[in-house]
Design a protein around this ligand. Structure first.
Ligand code: KIV
Ligand code: ZN
Length: 389
């Protein structure tokens, strides 16, 4: 693996599926898992096998069909969870057990009523037990975002000695600032013995809208795996959005970070996940939202018609969107109206355009959006005939 490759760990089927109302059946999960494999993700977190017989079955079936990606199952630092996950993953070509425990002061005190030393002991025992089933063991230090860096470094060192191959540093509550999260990863890189033998993973939640920024900051500071979901779905405000981190790395080549994702499949994959989960994508969602490549104000439309790059930093084709959209509203100008009219067969002279534009504004003030059928009507009222039928 190149030093600059950032592995994409997709947790749509685990953290993403935890969203109320987003529950999927095994058949739906299999379709998504196969799509994620095609998309080029490195790891598919298929579920939490001990949590229910249905989840066990899904992980088990996904493990059988995934051809390229590592298939991962989540566990707590509990022997039975690990044993069940190993059983669910037994047909995977590349199985991974993802185990861990809370490491922040509040988790240790309120969740476990325990001590730092005992938490390390439990983590070590879990990693060693998981290693007795599979070679690839990822350890998560839950709430690492609010865990003191010195203690976190001790935890990481102990897990590396126990055999962990990947160390997940989750900002479970989405609290960190990008600089702070990046500094945490840097601190671990500089202070943990053996850190270069393992992959550091970012798992950031979006409670303050910083999940993507934090993950990128983590990667800039040495993390080489990002945990994310399609459309950014996940607990509460969600997880890091896969499509966002992938396109940030692609659009900023000087970062020298890359992934194996086929970005042209992003839009269709987003649709597939949103439809099967019944979870609508907000129109202004970066990369995959309905308005991500739509231009509606006159100034922007004029620019885009002259040259797409004036207002677009990504060629829509790169993410699987056929073309940018020029949406006609009361804020649109003559350039957009002439452009759209031409597309549907009306070549307008300057004088005609003035008349059509006046009538267009009347329509646009009454409607949210003027569509092609409206343009045909407008042309009739001002007596313009289409050049081509
Ligand atoms: O957010 C989190 O900390 C998690 C862990 C279970 C990895 O989802
Ligand atoms: Zn999470």
């Amino acid at each position: 693996m190149s030093d600059n490759k950032v592995q994409i760990f997709d947790t749509t089927l685990r953290d993403g599926e935890q969203v109320p109302g987003c529950k999927l059946n095994t058949k739906q999960k299999l379709v998504i898992a196969e799509r994620l494999d095609l998309l080029g993700v490195d790891v598919i977190e298929a579920g939490f096998p001990v949590s229910s017989p249905g989840d066990f079955k899904s992980v088990n079936e996904i493990a059988k069909v995934v051809k390229h990606a590592t298939v991962c199952g989540l566990t707590r630092a509990v022997e039975n969870d690990i044993k069940v996950a190993a059983e669910a993953l037994k047909y995977a070509r590349k199985p991974r057990i993802h185990t861990g425990i809370g490491t922040s002061e509040s988790h240790i005190k309120y969740k476990f009523n325990s001590t730092q030393e005992k938490v390390i002991e439990r983590g070590v025992a879990a990693v060693k037990y998981a290693k007795s089933f599979v070679e690839d063991v990822e350890f998560f230090a839950e709430d690492a975002g609010r865990t003191d860096n010195e203690f976190l470094a001790r935890v990481c060192e102990a897990m590396i000695k126990a055999g962990a191959t990947v160390l997940n540093i989750p900002d479970t509550t989405g609290y960190c600032l990008p600089e702070e999260y990046g500094a945490k990863i840097k601190y671990l890189k500089e202070n943990v013995t053996g850190i270069d033998k393992v992959i550091i993973s970012c798992h950031c939640h979006n409670d303050l809208g910083l999940a993507t920024a934090n993950s990128i900051s983590g990667a800039i500071n040495g993390a080489r795996q990002i945990e994310c979901t399609i459309n950014g779905i996940g607990e509460r405000a969600g997880n890091t959005a896969l499509e966002e981190v992938v396109m940030i790395m692609k659009q900023h080549p000087y970062l020298h970070l890359n992934t194996d994702i086929n970005s042209r499949l992003l839009y269709d994959t987003s649709l597939m996940v949103s439809e099967s989960m019944g979870m609508m994508v907000q129109p202004n969602k970066a990369i995959v939202g309905a308005n991500a490549f739509a231009h509606s104000s006159g100034i922007h439309q004029d620019g885009v018609i002259k040259n797409r790059e004036t207002y677009e930093i990504i060629d829509p084709v790169e993410v699987g969107v056929t073309e940018s959209a020029i949406v006609l509203t009361a804020r649109s100008g003559r350039a957009a109206l002439a452009y759209r009219s031409k597309k549907i067969g009306y070549e307008l002279t300057k004088l005609q355009l003035d008349d059509v534009y006046k009538e267009f504004l009347n329509y646009a003030d009454r409607k949210k959006e003027v569509v092609d059928e409206d343009i045909h009507e407008i042309m009739k009222t001002v007596d313009v005939v289409a050049a081509v039928a």
